[in-house]
Design a protein around this ligand. Structure first.
Ligand code: UD1
Length: 341
């Protein structure tokens, strides 16, 4: 019998790709999503890729009675991945309570239910945002975290603290917080991918939409940073590589002997690329010119951050398969597919 993994936010960008990876690794993903920032069309794409329909609950993760009924109905859930969260940095500054309520509240609901139903293993979606602008690069898991510069970032730090405190209380829940760097790209089939809501805040969907003629021009946020070409540096990881890290995280938790356990792991490529390098690489792989201008710095942006991924390589027995060219090729294929709809 296949092990069931509850995937909150399973219709979202990273969640849907992880559902594919889980299926390929022999698990049954059980999707919980309230579709507040995702589309039901994703499920059709998902079903085409894996060839079966997945159990789905249209539920808000903050709704404890509804979540409880999922645990009851499914019966033998082996583990949980908690993706469901708000993620817009700018919006979190304007509406902090919405972010604290949703991102912290949903984790608490899940943890209480995991304890009650004796579900042991949790993989939590964290972010490199917890490091702020680090004093050393690349960042390791030992690199000190910095005060977050947005309520969004603070919710990720608080959730990590909650998991750490839980371990100290000898809770039977064992967890790994995966600190994602910048997820990009799409499944090679172009049946699922990133679906930004309105004007994209993130770089890659803005680039692909500009190339597709949906946006007139992209603004590069600042070229006066202390980097080789003056633009910010990030670690862009293919979403399928990131998805794979989740299945490996369950294998890792299964190997753990301690009943109470918490760990943090960076998931990136280990390589930093500037905004201009991303634009140049995109133009190369797509054959499209991207109309861009250099603008002011964006408030809250860190100058550069990229991962040391030694720990993920070692303890998860995981490594990336795709490079930036492949990520941008897949992102462009997905954008073109969307344009047909
Ligand atoms: C940030 C967080 C990340 C979080 C994400 C949520 C950090 C280091 N990263 O990602 O953890 O999950 O927000 O949205 O805090 N850019 C442009 N023009 C654009 C858009 C972006 O030049 O139109 C540049 C940005 O200045 C940045 C890079 O592209 O240097 C990537 O930006 P983005 O895709 O928004 O991700 P982060 O801000 O790195």
């Amino acid at each position: 019998m296949k092990k069931k993994i509850l995937v909150t936010g399973g219709a979202g960008y990273i969640g849907s790709h992880t559902a594919v990876a889980l299926h390929n690794a022999g698990y049954t993903p059980v999707i919980v999503d309230n579709f507040s920032n995702s589309s039901k069309n994703v499920l059709q794409g998902l079903e085409k890729i894996i060839g079966i329909s997945l159990p789905l609950y249209e539920i808000d993760c903050n709704d404890k009675p509804a979540m409880k009924s999922v645990f009851e109905k499914e019966g033998n859930i082996e583990g949980v991945i908690h993706f469901a969260a708000y993620k817009a940095v700018g919006e979190s500054v304007k509406e902090p309570l919405k972010y604290y309520q949703n991102n912290i509240g949903s984790l608490l609901v899940l943890l209480e239910l995991m304890e009650q139903f004796e579900v042991k293993n949790l993989v939590f979606s964290s972010s490199c945002t917890v490091y702020g602008q680090p004093d050393e690069l690349p960042v390791t898991e030992q690199t000190p975290t910095k005060p977050a510069n947005s309520p969004y970032g603070r919710t990720k730090q608080m959730c990590e603290d909650i998991l750490s405190d839980l371990t100290k209380s000898k809770s039977p829940v064992r967890s790994v917080a995966l600190r994602y760097f910048n997820p990009v790209g799409a499944h090679e089939s172009a049946l699922i991918g990133e679906l930004p809501n309105g004007v994209p805040a993130n770089l890659i969907p803005f680039v692909t939409q500009t190339a597709a003629g949906i946006r007139e021009q992209i603004t590069v946020f600042g070229n006066d940073y202390n980097t080789a070409d003056g633009t910010c540096i990030r670690d862009y990881i293919h979403v399928m590589d990131l998805a794979d890290a989740h299945t490996k995280a369950f294998e890792y938790l299964d190997r753990v002997k301690e009943t109470s356990f918490y760990d943090t792991i960076n998931v990136g490529t280990g390589q930093g690329n500037s905004v201009l390098e991303v634009l140049e690489t995109f133009e190369k792989v797509s054959g499209q010119k991207v109309n861009y201008r250099i603008g002011d710095r964006r408030e809250g942006d860190v100058e550069q951050v990229y991962a040391n991924v030694d720990k993920a390589n070692k303890v998860l027995n995981w490594e990336t398969k795709y490079d930036l060219e492949r990520s941008l090729t897949d992102a462009w294929r997905w954008e073109q597919e969307l344009s047909k709809k």
